[in-house]
Each structure stands twice: as C-alpha cells, then as structure tokens.
Design a protein around this ligand. Structure first.
Ligand SMILES: Cc1cc2nc3c(=O)[nH]c(=O)nc-3n(C[C@H](O)[C@H](O)[C@H](O)COP(=O)(O)OP(=O)(O)OC[C@H]3O[C@@H](n4cnc5c(N)ncnc54)[C@H](O)[C@@H]3O)c2cc1C
Length: 225
C-alpha cells in the first residue's frame, strides 16, 4: 500500500466526525497508539439479508493494517473474506465523567473506527500475521509456545484490513456543566478506569516443574493500557 492511499483519520466524507468534532484526532500516530493499546475490537458487517452483526475479535496492528483471525468455518469470516464491506471499531474506556446532571454525564475514552474491505492472507504472510496477533496479545510468549500445525492453519483464516479510511475520537476531559448546575449540591469530576492484569492462576494440570511464572507476565502486570 502506498502512503498516498492513506487518508488522515477523519479526513474523508464518510469518516469526518460530525458530532462533537473537537474530539476528533487527525494524526496517524494517535491512531496507531489507540490500536496498539487495545486487545479486542468489533468487526461489524451485514449479511446477505442485510442484518448487521458486530463480532468481537482479537486483533493486532501491522504498520498500516489491522489483522484479525478466525475459523474458516465462520459464516461471518467467510463473508469478510468474500469482500463484504466492514466497519472495525476499537473502544478503550478510560473513565466516567460525573457531571451534576444525567444529561451532561459521559465517559472518557479513546476510540477508532476503520471502514473498508478485508483481504485474506496466505502462506508465509498468514503465518506471520498469526504471530503478530499472538505477540500483540501475549508479548514475549510466542517463542516458547507451540506454533500452529498444518491442520490448525487450514482451520484458521487471517484477514488484513487496511487503515485507509478511519477516524479517531478521544474524550479526556472533565464535566462541562452549565453555570446554573455548578451550584447544585453534588460532587462532580472524573473517575478514571485503569486496566491492569491480575495475579496469574496456574492451570489445574500444570506440571510442578513448569510452575515458575514467566518474567514477561510480571512485565504485563506492571503495564497500564
Ligand atoms: C465508550 C463510548 C461510549 C459512548 N456512549 C455514547 C452514548 O451513550 N450515546 C451517544 O450518542 N454517543 C456515545 N458515544 C459516542 C458515539 O460513539 C458517537 O461518536 C456519537 O454517537 C456520534 O454519532 P454520529 O452518528 O452523530 O456520528 P458522526 O459524527 O456523524 O459520525 C461520522 C463519522 O465519525 C466517525 N466517528 C463517529 N463516532 C466515532 C467514535 N466514537 N470513534 C471514532 N470515530 C467515530 C466515524 O468515522 C463516522 O463515520 C460513545 C463513545 C464511546 C467511545
């Protein structure tokens, strides 16, 4: 994909943020940061009857694309592979915004929408895509786990969605109450939401000789996304 095909986030007719446009962010580095901080997205598409579905999926960003994987038996994945238009959305909830009224109360968030069509990856590109998804979800673990077998590869589709037409919306502010509400006898402000991994729980069948918790899990736990 050439750089000239990459529209800035929110710069096309379909992706221009109209509602509260001051929350739109137009640079690609923020787009990348939000995608890199998330683990789950929703791949939305309509089937042959026009019924829309939003499928939660694990994903990874690879340069100017998003990679997702799923069963080759999945009806919705087959539709994506056949070129059905999709909308892929990632939402990171960062906190609650507590205003003095229900109407003004809201959420802090970072969110991305990508519009486009998926391409199916094959051969080495497919295997590399699976590795990138694995490394994004479980950093540093791929080298020590078993790689997919030929049968597992046949059962898995890897799709690539270009980050050509996309938008980023970020709300990171406090409440914006009208002056008359500021007098109301109620607390107002922000309550941040922090995402952090909890303590690992060993598998019931873990061999005692394998019970040492990998250092990378401790590194995951020190990170806040
Ligand atoms: C965690 C969370 C909770 C939210 N809760 C609500 C709610 O309860 N009610 C509500 O009305 N809105 C809510 N929003 C905002 C909502 O996502 C839409 O931005 C908003 O409803 C505007 O819709 P619209 O159809 O007017 O969008 P428009 O501004 O007309 O959409 C035009 C284009 O802007 C882009 N865009 C719109 N919204 C987003 C987005 N969130 N992220 C990235 N790009 C976007 C898309 O490319 C879209 O095609 C929430 C957002 C988040 C992330």
């Amino acid at each position: 994909m050439s750089e000239t095909q990459l529209a800035d986030p929110g710069s096309t007719r379909r992706t221009r943020v109209r509602r509260i446009p001051e929350l739109a962010v137009g640079d690609r580095s923020t787009l990348h940061q939000v995608l890199d901080a998330g683990l789950v997205g929703h791949l939305a598409l309509a089937d042959e009857t026009g019924q829309p579905y939003a499928v939660p999926v694990a994903y990874a960003r690879a340069q100017e694309t998003v990679l997702v994987h799923g069963s080759t038996a999945s009806r919705l994945f087959r539709l994506c592979a056949a070129g059905t238009p999709v909308c892929f959305a990632v939402t990171l909830l960062d906190g609650l915004v507590l205003a003095r009224s229900a109407f003004e109360s809201s959420m802090n968030y970072r969110s991305v929408m990508v519009l486009g069509h998926c391409a199916v990856l094959h051969g080495r590109a497919k295997q590399h895509g699976l590795r990138l998804i694995g490394e994004h979800l479980m950093p540093e673990r791929w080298p020590e786990i078993r790689e997919p077998s030929a049968a597992e590869l046949r059962a898995t589709a890897v799709l690539e969605l270009p980050l050509e037409e996309c938008s980023v919306k970020i709300n990171d502010d406090g409440p914006d109450d009208p002056a008359e509400d500021v007098e109301l006898p109620v607390w107002a402000g922000r309550v941040p939401l922090v995402r952090r991994w909890g303590a690992p729980v060993p598998a019931d069948d873990l061999k005692p000789e394998h019970s040492r918790i990998p250092d990378y899990i401790q590194r995951w736990r020190e990170r806040v996304s």
